[in-house]
Design a protein around this ligand. Structure first.
Ligand SMILES: [Zn+2]
Length: 338
């Protein structure tokens, strides 16, 4: 038979007296100053401590109470575990430790887990699906925003010919020419190694400047930014279902993609990667990174000029080259002073 010691308060006097209590087959035996008392276990009112360091307490029907020393072992024996809430409250230190860890975990999952899952899923998207996405998106754009190019076919062929100079991994790239009054001087890429340039862009750039812009767009293609961007912005669930081979969500993606792509804005990370690709390409003999600077300057000028008013209303993907001045710094060093 196990015996516990407890401080007994009779409810009348503030002073406590030390008593013993014990567990018997009949119930809990209390050796109170006024006499013995046995309480059946199903009528025992055992109160859980609120904070750590507080005792378990037995409340008596007559208003008296006992603070039990090592009451936890008594509680365990009579089948009263501390509730989770009680344990939690008692473990403030644990809570203070766990909450920042949880926050850190959630942040890491969002900051790195989501892009990593999206990038992994992007690799699982077959080239044929990507090609379909690009073509379908171009159809939608042709319907809403773009018109056939007025650029002479032989000039188009010349530029396509020069495209072979870019010769990256994903080449041959497919280059499409379009007129897009509302998007002004612009170039962008779509999934399936597809580049689109507008007549207005061709009108303001020299061939070398155009090649610098196309080298940047090639960078977007080489690093698969279109499909990675769309998967990153679609959230984790879609990436995971593609990774586990759930083709129905891939079909959903294909259907919704043209609209989603039209709202896609590349992250600064992607823009810098594409810039780096162009920068490397432009350092070969016979080329100069300064071509990219001049091209961006002309595009800025054109966009802040006659198209300014329409451009304000444009979707984000059309203004996908923000912070132009920032980005030009490393290219600028290659421009003649003055
Ligand atoms: Zn870009």
């Amino acid at each position: 038979m196990t015996v516990w010691r407890a401080s007994y308060f009779d409810g009348l006097q503030s002073a406590a007296s030390e008593v013993e209590i014990a567990l018997t087959p009949a119930g809990l035996w209390l050796g109170l100053p006024k006499g013995e008392l046995i309480i059946a276990l199903d009528r025992l009112k055992l109160v859980e401590p609120i904070g750590s360091g507080q005792p378990w307490r037995i409340e008596l029907a007559d208003g008296g109470m006992l603070d039990v020393i090592d009451g936890a072992s008594l509680a365990k024996l009579v089948g009263r575990q501390r509730s989770w809430l009680g344990r939690w409250e008692a473990s403030l230190k644990l809570a203070l430790l766990v909450l920042p860890l949880l926050a850190l975990f959630l942040f890491a999952a969002y900051r790195w887990g989501l892009p990593a899952a999206a990038d992994l899923a992007a690799r699982a998207v077959p080239a044929s699906s990507e090609r379909w996405m690009g073509e379908r998106t171009l159809q939608v754009l042709d319907h809403n925003t773009l018109a056939p190019s007025r650029w002479p076919a032989e000039r188009q062929a010349q530029i396509r010919q020069r495209l072979t100079e870019l010769g990256g991994h994903a080449a041959p790239y497919r280059l499409e020419f379009r007129r897009g009054d509302s998007i002004g001087a612009n170039a962008f890429v779509l999934p399936g190694n597809l580049m689109v340039v507008t007549d207005d862009l061709l009108a303001i750039l020299t061939q070398d400047e155009l090649m610098a812009v196309l080298a940047h767009e090639a960078g977007h293609i080489e690093d698969r930014h279109a499909i990675r961007g769309i998967l990153r912005s679609s959230g984790l669930a879609l990436s995971i279902s593609i990774l586990i081979g759930d083709t129905s969500s891939l079909v959903d993606l294909l259907v919704s993609l043209p609209i989603a792509l039209a709202d896609l804005r590349y992250s600064r990370e992607f823009e810098e990667e594409a810039d780096t690709y162009a920068y490397t390409w432009l350092q070969y003999p016979g080329r100069t990174p300064c071509s990219f600077v001049r091209a961006l300057q002309r595009i800025e000028q054109a966009q802040s000029g006659k198209h300014k008013r329409q451009l304000d209303k444009l979707p984000d993907w059309l203004s996908s080259h923000p912070d132009t001045l920032d980005r030009m710094n490393r290219f600028q060093g290659h421009c003649p002073q003055g």
